[in-house]
Design a protein. Structure first.
Length: 206
């Protein structure tokens, strides 16, 4: 997956709490295991009316937020089912970072597995960033993972915490398979020793 180092991008304000995974990507779109093509259905019920036409008042249907890569929301973002299609849809739309006071645990974990940075900041700070994001064409924030800061348009910076191992994986663009492959030589050496020590075990012989 692509590394996440520093991102300066349009931020979309979504001042909603308890945004569940069915709201992020409705269940009827879960018939695929492909990670692409889901962005068009992101927030489907909020973005489109019953005839499939865009709702002009929804933030991602307006400029400049159609190109947003950062999303700012309220508490308990990503609650509901454990569907990994939710971060897939966000990523396919172009979202690389979500800022909220807190996240549902499984969704939070799935974000890291798919190269999305979830940033936990207080409700007060999120509200300030939502106000920043409402500046339209100037709604740009910088999220610097290396320094662990969010930079506001006025130059103020806000620090955030992140688990060091997850930070490293995002900086290097490593998912769980990538992390495992980094130890490929050690795994191969272990398997070689195991075959030599246990030649009678079926399937170990080279």
């Amino acid at each position: 997956m692509p590394p996440f180092t520093s991102l300066t991008a349009i931020a979309a304000p979504l001042p909603l709490a308890n945004v569940d995974t069915d709201k992020i990507i409705p269940a009827r779109f879960l018939k695929t295991i492909a990670r692409t093509g889901l962005g068009v259905h992101l927030f489907d019920a909020l973005r489109y009316d019953e005839h499939g036409a865009e709702r002009p008042d929804f933030v991602l249907n307006r400029e400049p937020y159609r190109a947003a890569q950062i999303l700012i929301a309220h508490e308990n973002f990503g609650c509901g089912s454990s569907r990994e299609h939710a971060p897939w849809a966000l990523l396919d739309f172009g979202i690389r970072c979500i800022i909220a006071p807190d996240f549902a645990d499984i969704f939070h974990n799935n974000c890291f597995k798919n190269g999305i940075l979830p940033v936990r900041l207080s409700r007060a700070i999120c509200d300030a960033l939502i106000a920043d994001a409402s500046l339209g064409p100037n709604a740009r924030l910088t999220v610097d993972l290396e320094s662990q800061i969010v930079a506001r348009p006025n130059g103020e910076t806000v620090a955030f915490d992140i688990d060091p191992s997850r930070k490293r994986a995002l900086l290097l663009g490593l998912d769980e398979i990538g992390e495992t492959l980094q130890r490929a030589s050690a795994i191969a050496a272990f398997e070689g020793r195991h075959r030599a020590a246990s030649p009678w075990i079926p399937g170990l012989a080279s």
